[in-house]
Structures are given as structure tokens and as C-alpha cells.
Design a protein around this ligand. Structure first.
Ligand SMILES: *Cc1c(COP(=O)(O)O)cnc(C)c1O
Length: 366
């Protein structure tokens, strides 16, 4: 892709910003968004930062009918010195392209995506909340826009980035969640789209999530789609168990999402010389380890909550309590370290954070 400039149209009707204490997840959006177009044979063109507003789609656009769409999720933080920080953003843009490959969608150049994101963050800088635990959630996504009802990869796409200030996930401190182990529905199977962040995976998970909600559980634990024996993920988080001093997480198998938080936690545990292993692990093994007292703690990992300790697993109507329903030591240490690295309070020996302290020159303003 040749280097193209980003055209910028500033919003003249800026919205009022919400109170940092009142922020929830994903309900308010900033004043601007990034948008770029793709046409087969031409590639990506018309990179623009424009006022955030509804956009027009042809009712026959492929995305509405056959679900060709992929997305990402990451966060920007302001550190104590007022610098804007991103956590491993290039990993998100690379993963967006892996998801796009799976859905027969075009790749978007990682450098260009990061440049667009930086410029967008500089323009909407005042929207990044600084209250402890708050952040600016970033949602890059790509959708198929060609008006065509045949089942085939679209010849036209849009790539967009929108921003949403979000509140603290844990308003009263990190707290364990209760999880329902799902036996009837599955999230993904090997050979399917489980490794891609694509809309269909989430639409198909809603039914099980609804049942879990009704029973008083905040997430579902997904088992493998074939034998329904092996652990895959927790809701839209990866999952870890500490058994007998060793931290175990399901190995990537094509149906599990390759989480950036997961990857970072594995690297942190290696750094701390705590044994960590990626392998197949069955629900039966977890239950046995709970019975024998060897299961010390369990937690989910993802960008939204970072670490979610698990206090109870309900499997076949049996309530299995983990670590007496309390947050485990490793969960707490990982949470403090990772959130500290993300918001700049803890040194980052891994080079994971990207600082946006030198505003890139705005290239063309209308
Ligand atoms: C996004 C996501 C995760 C977590 O990935 P992170 O990169 O850590 O945010 C885990 N599982 C699913 C299904 C996801 O969509």
C-alpha cells in the first residue's frame, strides 16, 4: 500500500463529555472517527478522520446478509504526566488482519492503521478519561459493503475506528465472578471461525449468555465443540487455572481466540519464573483438582477487565467453589502489574506500551 495522507474534517458541534464517575462500557462515543474505503482492484483509499455520525449503507451490503465483518478492541490510557499510552496496539492491528484473512476480507496496512489511530487520539485527546480505572476503548472494525446478494466475498469494504470512554470495570476493586459451564451450546469448533474476532461468534454466543444471566452467572465457560470435555474460553476472555503451583491455560487450537492479554500474562509469568503451560485441559480435571484441593485459583483474561478472578464454576448444577470465592494471589499480582504497565504506573521491561507524546503533524485540515 502506498503511503496516503489522512484527510481531516473537524467536528464543529462537539458533544458534552460525560462525568468520569458515570462512565459505563461502550455507550458514548467521541467527536471523531476514522474511515477508509476499499474497492477490489484499487485497494484502500480515502483515509479520513471525520465527525462521528451515522453512515449510509446499501441495504444489500454483504455484511447485513452474510456477516463479513471483523473487529478489534484495545484501550488508551493517560499516565500521571498526561501522556497518552497504548498497550501493544500493533498486536491488535495484526490480529485484525488474521481475522480478515479467515473471512476472505482484505488486509489493512498495520502502520497506516496505527498512524490513523494516533491522529484520531490526538484530535479526541480530551475524551480520554484519567480517573483511576477509566480508559478510552478503541474499536477498529471492517465491514463488507458491496450491494450483492450472492454468497461470495464482497468487492468493497470500509475500515473504521471509533472511540468510547469507558468506566472502571471494577468500581469496588477487583472481585471474583461466578461462571456457568455450558454443556449444550458451543462457541466455536476447530475449522470454524473461533480464532477470528468476527461478529457471528458473538451472535451465536448470546443464547447461552442469556441463560447464564437468568441463573445468576455473569459468564459462560465454553467447552470444545466436539467432545464438550475440554475447556476453551470464558465468555469473551481466555482462561487460566493454577493447579499445584503450575499455571495452565488451554493451548491455541484454532477455535480459541489468541488474546493479547493471554499472551502478555504468559510472558509475565515466564518473567517471574512461575511455571506456565499451554495444553488441553478438561473440565473433569478441573473438578478433580477442586475436590483434591490442588486448584489454587482461576481467572479470565481480556482487554475489558484485564483479569477476572473466578470464584465459582457451576457444572451440571454442581457449584464448585474456587479459592473460597476470593481473589487469588497470582490473579491480584497479574492485575496490578498489567494495569500498572498499561497506565504507566509500573515500569514496562517488555516494551509493550506505545506513548503518543509527540503529536504527529496533522496533515490536511478542512
Ligand atoms: C477479544 C477476545 C478475547 C481477549 O483478547 P484480548 O486481546 O486479551 O482482549 C478472548 N476471547 C474472545 C472470544 C475474544 O473476543
Amino acid at each position: 500500500m502506498t503511503k496516503q495522507t489522512i484527510k481531516i474534517v473537524l467536528n464543529k458541534n462537539k458533544k458534552e463529555k460525560p462525568e468520569a464517575q458515570q462512565l459505563e462500557f461502550g455507550k458514548v462515543f467521541t467527536d471523531h472517527m476514522f474511515i477508509s474505503e476499499y474497492t477490489e482492484g484499487i485497494g484502500w483509499f480515502d483515509h479520513q478522520i471525520v465527525p462521528y455520525e451515522p453512515i449510509a449503507f446499501d441495504p444489500a451490503a454483504t455484511v447485513f446478509h452474510y456477516g463479513q465483518t471483523v473487529f478489534e478492541g484495545l484501550k488508551a490510557y493517560v499516565d500521571k504526566n498526561g501522556n497518552v499510552r497504548l498497550f501493544r496496539p500493533e498486536e491488535n492491528m495484526k490480529r485484525l488482519n488474521l481475522s480478515a484473512d479467515r473471512l476472505c476480507m482484505p488486509r489493512f496496512d498495520v502502520e497506516t492503521a496505527l498512524e490513523a489511530l494516533k491522529q484520531l487520539l490526538i484530535i479526541d485527546r480530551e475524551w480520554i478519561p484519567s480517573l483511576e480505572g477509566t480508559s478510552l476503548y478503541i474499536r477498529p472494525f471492517m465491514v463488507a459493503t458491496e450491494p450483492y446478494l450472492g454468497v461470495a466475498p464482497s468487492k468493497k469494504y470500509k475500515f473504521m475506528i471509533i472511540l468510547s470512554p469507558v468506566g472502571s470495570y471494577y468500581k469496588e476493586g477487583i472481585k471474583p465472578i461466578k461462571i456457568l459451564v455450558e454443556n449444550a451450546y458451543v462457541r466455536a469448533v476447530s475449522g470454524g471461525t473461533g480464532m477470528a474476532k468476527t461478529a457471528g461468534n458473538y451472535a451465536s454466543g448470546l443464547r447461552a449468555q442469556e441463560i447464564a444471566d437468568q441463573k445468576g452467572y455473569s459468564q459462560v465457560l465454553w467447552l470444545d465443540g466436539i467432545e464438550r470435555k475440554y475447556i476453551e474460553e470464558v465468555g469473551s476472555m481466555n482462561v487460566f487455572f493454577k493447579i499445584n503451583g503450575e499455571v495452565i491455560t488451554p493451548m491455541l487450537n484454532g477455535s480459541i481466540l489468541d488474546g493479547i492479554t493471554r499472551k502478555s500474562i504468559i510472558e509475565l509469568l515466564h518473567h517471574w519464573k512461575i511455571p506456565v503451560i499451554e495444553r488441553k485441559i478438561s473440565m473433569k480435571e478441573i473438578k478433580d483438582a477442586i475436590y483434591s484441593g490442588e486448584l489454587e485459583e482461576a481467572f479470565g483474561t481480556g482487554t475489558a477487565a484485564v483479569i477476572s478472578p473466578i470464584g465459582e464454576l457451576n457444572w451440571n448444577d454442581e457449584k464448585l467453589s474456587i479459592n473460597r470465592g476470593l481473589t487469588g494471589d497470582i490473579s491480584k499480582r497479574l492485575y496490578d502489574t498489567l494495569t500498572g504497565i498499561q497506565n504507566g504506573d509500573v515500569a514496562d521491561p517488555f516494551g509493550w506500551t506505545m506513548q503518543i507524546d509527540n503529536p504527529v503533524p496533522v496533515q490536511q485540515i478542512i
